[in-house]
Design a binder for this molecule. Structure first.
Ligand code: SF4
Length: 387
């Protein structure tokens, strides 16, 4: 796993992601890999331990651990205990690692959260999605607004200080008033972290099929843009830092350290079905099938679906894409040294036009997206990359 390109970021310690591939039921908008039968939990956990062992040499140290899914909170406390013990026995965790677990409000009573906290988890990400019961019903979530609020309170009582929630906007039938009520409810909770995602219709999901049949209509681009801008304005006025297109932290020190690795080209190892990994110039990912994942590991093989070697050009475009989605932006000098591409001289006219139009700023050596730029970050990348 050697790298031929030096990816210069201040953070070079890898992060560890573990995908728990079980859900009680499938939400109609979701295309993350999971199964709704729990019959293979034990085989999965055994395979996971063996997969850790397979990477013992290639990855020695992590400073973040993120257990996502799927629905990790379907696991018993003994399962989490075993996962964390095996991580600690196989790898080195830096002092004060960020250890996050995603939980569903439908299955996380206070005693459960207290046990999770005692095991060493110090950050919770709660899949709230909305504080409007009608929206939760549309999304076929298993929890109510009351349960979400109770879980957030229970998480605080259990000793969690770093609590984040996921919210979704742009849902058919959800108007601006409903969304802004959700935002203001979230603000009243004074949480460390808020992720506000625009609903995307994924082909092949039940919602995608309904959309294809014309049974649901999405909001037009103008309204989606208004959702984004209003959310950013309200949360930033309340003191949150809008540090990535969909992410807000009450203070920049509370930004997700793990997720920043994805945006900074820092190495990460993903274990479990469908998990992705990245190091240097190589990306690889596991089978999106629990059977194949377990089968390969039992046969003594890495459970790889595929891998790719990124060229210098691809890495440079990706760094560009990722950088323009973050408030940190792109450090022009480091970018030029790392990728051999001088944006200022190569794209002078385009940059000047985008600065004039209010999409980007160039400040103290950084190329930064403005709020309007963040709203159209993907289009900015196309303009800058291909004009
Ligand atoms: S949104 Fe979460 S709970 Fe729903 S199906 Fe996807 S992974 Fe499972």
């Amino acid at each position: 796993m050697e790298s031929s390109i030096d990816i210069s970021t201040t953070d070079t310690t890898p992060g560890l992601y573990i995908h728990i591939p079980f859900c009680k039921s499938k939400c109609p908008y979701c295309n993350f890999y999971s199964v709704t039968s729990f019959s293979m939990i034990d085989e999965f956990l055994n395979a996971l331990v063996r997969e850790m062992e397979m990477y013992r040499e290639a990855f020695t140290r992590f400073d973040t651990v993120y257990i996502g899914g799927g629905t990790p909170s379907l696991l018993a406390i003994e399962h989490f205990d075993s996962i964390l013990s095996n991580i600690r026995n196989t790898f080195i965790l830096s002092p004060n690692p960020e250890i996050t677990v995603e939980i569903n409000p439908a299955d996380s009573p206070q005693e459960y959260l207290e046990s999770i906290r005692r095991l060493g988890f110090n950050r919770l990400n709660i899949g709230v999605q909305s504080f409007d019961d009608k929206v939760l019903t549309f999304l076929k979530r298993r929890h109510s607004v009351r349960e979400a609020l109770d879980t957030i309170e229970a998480a605080g009582n259990a000793g969690f200080e770093n609590i984040g929630i996921d919210l979704i906007y742009g849902i058919p039938g959800q108007n601006m008033t409903s969304w802004l009520d959700t935002v203001s409810q979230a603000l009243s909770l004074n949480l460390a972290h808020l992720s506000c995602y625009q609903l995307t219709i994924e082909a092949g999901t039940p919602l995608g099929l309904r959309h294809h049949r014309g049974e649901i209509v999405l909001h037009d681009e103008e309204l989606q843009h208004a959702f984004f801008i209003k959310t950013s304005e309200i949360l930033e006025n309340a003191g949150y830092v809008h540090y990535e297109v969909s992410n807000f932290a009450r203070d920049i020190s509370l930004a997700s350290k793990h997720n920043q690795k994805y945006w900074n080209h820092t190495p990460y190892l993903g274990l479990g079905p469908a998990a992705h990994s990245f190091m240097g110039h190589k990306r690889w990912w596991n089978h999106s099938s629990l059977d194949e994942y377990i089968g390969d590991i039992e046969a003594g093989k890495l459970p790889l679906d595929s891998s790719e070697i990124l060229t210098r050009e691809q890495l440079h475009l990706e760094a560009f894409f990722l950088g323009l989605r973050t408030k940190r932006g792109i450090h022009l000098h480091n970018y030029s040294c790392t990728y051999g591409y001088d944006l200022i001289s190569e794209k002078a006219d385009t940059l000047a036009r985008l600065v004039k139009a209010g999409f980007i700023e160039i400040n103290e050596g950084y190329l930064l997206p403005t709020r309007t730029g963040l709203a159209v970050a993907d289009s900015l990348v196309s303009i800058l990359a291909f004009e």
